[in-house]
Design a protein around this ligand. Sequence first.
Ligand code: NAP
Length: 239
Amino acid sequence: MSTTEETVWFITGTSRGIGLEMTRQLLRTPANTVIAACRNPSKADALRSLANGKLHVVALDVVDRESVRKCAEEVTALVGDKGIDYLVNNAGVASGGMDTAYDMDLDVLQQTFQTNVMGPAYVTQCLIPLVEKSRKKVVLNISSALGSNALNIPGAGHLFASYSISKAAMNMLTTKQARGNKKVIVVCMEPGWLKTDLGGPHAALEVSEGVTGVLKVITAVTPENSGQFIDYKGDHLQW
Ligand SMILES: NC(=O)c1ccc[n+]([C@@H]2O[C@H](COP(=O)([O-])OP(=O)(O)OC[C@H]3O[C@@H](n4cnc5c(N)ncnc54)[C@H](OP(=O)(O)O)[C@@H]3O)[C@@H](O)[C@H]2O)c1
């Protein structure tokens, strides 16, 4: 990561987990400005404790379109002509737990879809002019290997249905975003199975390890990577 060129990051879901750790690691590089979006800034103590002059905490609920529009206005005023170098759609839910196609609660499926698919879709629609203005022009959708039809993750098989369906849709959203705008680089990424509230205590990796990988991979992408499904090690995943 360059230590000299100013780089603006916008990340959703930064109150905890991957978004919080991403913010923490990025702020170690003085050239990074991080606009950290979360639902309740006044309650995001861990996030606000990272304040170092390069952190801007903004309110954003990705399922509330008015909130997304307001946030986009605030961010537009904040970044000016610099734009957003990296737009990271990280906020996500897995409220259905280990549900199956036959027992999943359709209200939960709908809420999961609103957060994991409609949220990133609308956030990107509202912020893409700022991404286009920037130097790096990257959109990162934090997806999951569970959204792959081909991989059939051992132990997950028929489970995590509502979550997996939403991440498969996020992957297709990435394809459409990449094909629909050649001025920007859009990728979806599997961050690793990480110890967060969502990943659970038995996850394979510490959140810091996955996030270090995600940042290494995303800061090295080129236009040839647009539309790809990659993991935190830089390996390409089957759809
Ligand atoms: N951990 C893993 O093993 C793993 C693996 C693959 C993919 N992922 C993906 O990585 C992303 C982050 O997951 P995580 O493990 O960090 O989960 P987490 O610890 O549960 O954190 C989820 C974050 O998303 C935010 N969020 C949820 N709904 C939101 C909404 N409507 N608007 C704004 N923010 C919202 C939460 O905010 P509040 O604090 O306000 O609830 C929280 O900051 C998700 O997209 C997840 O699917 C995680």
